[in-house]
Design a protein. Structure first.
Length: 93
């Protein structure tokens, strides 16, 4: 899959909620009411990732916080698949 240009990444991120570029990845943090709600969200993200066959790095930390990081490892950076999954994840919040 082709890497996106800096302009394409910027334009794509402008369409998303709270995602930011961090080097060759995009990332988002979310906070939830409690641990159970955070874990429920992680499970919804996992189902969406399986459906898309594109898997984020997921960090559940603290007692209610989740950090998601997306990058297309096989391409070495950010591709349309990352922005597409990020948009899908936004609908899960």
């Amino acid at each position: 899959m082709a890497l996106l240009t800096a302009d394409q990444i910027r334009d794509g991120l402008a369409q998303l909620s709270d995602w930011r570029q961090e080097g060759a990845s995009i990332a988002r943090d979310a906070a939830f009411a409690d641990f159970a709600a955070a874990l429920e969200f992680v499970n919804r993200v996992a189902a969406a990732a399986e459906q898309a066959n594109h898997h984020p790095d997921i960090l559940l930390h603290g007692w209610n916080r989740v950090r998601l990081t997306l990058s297309t490892h096989s391409s070495g950076g950010i591709t349309a698949a990352d922005l597409d999954l990020a948009a899908r994840i936004d609908t899960l919040l």
